[in-house]
Write a new protein. Structure first.
Length: 456
């Protein structure tokens, strides 16, 4: 039974943060970091965290301005300030040691916990959590506008929206929205550098129909099960085409369960390994599928996210309310997006290309949940007048032999590009490319953002 004292405490907590703090921000004394909460809507508090690249690395000329990368995590429900930052691209790794190939050497970095409810971003009432991609993007638009007020450097630093997995869909839709506001003059002091899509959740139908054949071709799916898994993929596609998005998500989840059982638990992030084999890798597709968040959270303990975020970082950032506990994944946020989760964003990518926005797609070779072959399938369908020429071009193999240290006999990646579209195939990488192939990811983002930073 709850004691009156504990009930009073609950009440007190509610009183302490009525509607959350209003927009607040803070920063390190040397100006190299800033963070804060913005309030896009009543009861919604979004946390952002900005890092400025250190001197003497940060060189900027009018011809080659220093870029800013805004990183959007997948899930929906994964936290950028935690996973993107400490697991993938931030200045410190999961042991709080310097990361050699941090993207901060190439760009200022911004991590935003989105949608609200994720990481340290919180809603004062559950009713304020988002139920659609558009709502999530509208909150992100407010965050970007707040960032323009908070970060003077943004005026002269082109902004690149980088989205991994489900974050890719947010990046695309956010870019469409930003371009509109920039065009009509609502936003006058931002240069949208481009959009970068990492193993992005852009066309679920094109992914679901490939799972069976891909896993069969690499000897990872029981050959007796191929037909069944294939049929389920076709059903996913049909349901999406019929606009039955929640039903499609259910079929897709069932399909993943069948794959799990008929492959003896292949890791959907990387077909070379099993579920749970690599605690870092095991989580990406689980975040995306919401299938076993408890397992995902357990694996996160392996690199001690809980200690980092709820002890070290919470203390450091000071303005996080006591009652807010950082979780690696928020299942509720995932579930509330069920009517939009399977909606594609291929049309929007085509719009961006037609508007001249730079679009870079990068793709881990070993990913299953977002398979390279499925990504190629939606790229082929892009309504953009450069697509035919793009598809006709050869791929350029990358050995990185412009770098004395990283020159390799072995091909590290392929790139194909034409006009404002570039596609990178990153070899030996699964769903989270910067985790598996940090140097190739570093080189990819250097080129995608035209960073004047040094790459070796
Ligand atoms: C951009 O414009 C807004 C609105 O006029 C202003 O509040 C903000 O300070 C400007 N930001 C930058 C980075 O110049
Ligand atoms: C999730 O994973 C945990 C740990 O492996 C397991 O105990 C639990 O039964 C799983 N839950 C579901 C719903 O599969
Ligand atoms: C770098 O980007 C340009 C422009 O998209 C492209 O033509 C080129 O192939 C890329 N090169 C590498 C090595 O990534």
């Amino acid at each position: 039974m709850e004691s009156p004292a504990s009930m009073a405490l609950v009440l007190l907590l509610c009183v302490m943060f009525p509607g959350g703090a209003s927009a607040i921000s803070a920063g390190s004394s040397d100006g190299s970091q800033r963070w804060g909460y913005t309030k896009p809507r009543h009861n919604v508090n979004m946390l952002w965290w900005w890092y400025r690249s250190p001197q003497p690395l940060r060189v900027s000329t009018p011809a080659k301005p220093w870029p800013t990368v805004l990183w959007l995590q997948g899930g929906p429900g994964g936290s950028s300030t935690g996973r993107g930052n400490f697991l993938e691209i931030g200045p410190l790794d999961g042991n709080l040691q310097p990361r050699e190939f941090t993207w901060l050497k190439l760009a200022d970095l911004i991590f935003v916990d989105a949608p609200v409810g994720v990481g340290f971003s919180y809603a004062d009432h559950r009713s304020a959590l988002v139920k659609s991609d558009d709502q999530a993007v509208s909150d992100l638009m407010s965050v970007v506008k707040a960032l323009l007020r908070e970060l003077p450097s943004l005026e002269s630093s082109p902004l690149y929206l980088v989205g991994e997995s489900y974050g890719g869909k947010f990046a695309v839709k956010l870019a469409v929205s930003l371009v509109k506001d920039i065009k009509d003059g609502t936003i006058s002091n931002l240069t949208l550098g481009g959009v970068v899509l990492g193993d992005a959740w852009i066309s679920p139908a094109d992914y679901a129909v490939w799972y069976a054949q891909l896993l069969n071709a690499v000897s990872r799916l029981n050959d007796n099960a191929v037909g069944h898994v294939d049929k389920m993929g076709i059903k996913v596609k049909e349901q999406i085409e019929a606009g039955q998005f929640a039903a499609a998500q259910k079929t897709w989840t069932d399909q993943l369960d069948v794959i799990d059982s008929k492959s003896d638990s292949v890791n959907m992030d990387n077909f070379l390994i099993d579920t749970g084999m690599n605690p870092v890798l095991a989580t990406g597709s689980q975040l995306l599928s919401g299938r076993n968040i408890s397992q995902a959270c357990q694996s996160a303990l392996y690199i001690n996210f809980d200690d980092i975020m709820n002890k070290v970082i919470k203390l450091l950032l000071k303005l996080i309310p006591k009652s807010i506990v950082w979780h690696e994944a928020t299942l509720e946020v995932y579930e509330l997006l069920k009517n939009d989760f399977m909606k594609p964003a291929v049309k929007e990518v085509g719009e961006l290309l037609a508007l001249g926005v730079s679009v870079t797609v990068y793709q881990g070779q070993l990913d299953v949940i977002v398979p390279a072959i499925g990504v190629e399938a939606w790229v082929r369908k892009l309504k953009w007048d450069g697509i035919k020429t793009f598809l006709s071009l050869p791929r350029q193999p990358l050995h990185y032999c412009d770098s004395a240290i990283h020159c390799s006999q072995q091909i590290k990646a392929y790139v194909r590009s034409y006009k404002n579209l570039a596609f990178y195939w990153i070899l030996g990488a699964g769903h989270m490319v910067p985790v598996d192939q940090p140097y190739a990811a570093f080189r990819m983002i250097a080129n995608a953002t035209q960073s004047p930073g040094k790459t070796d």
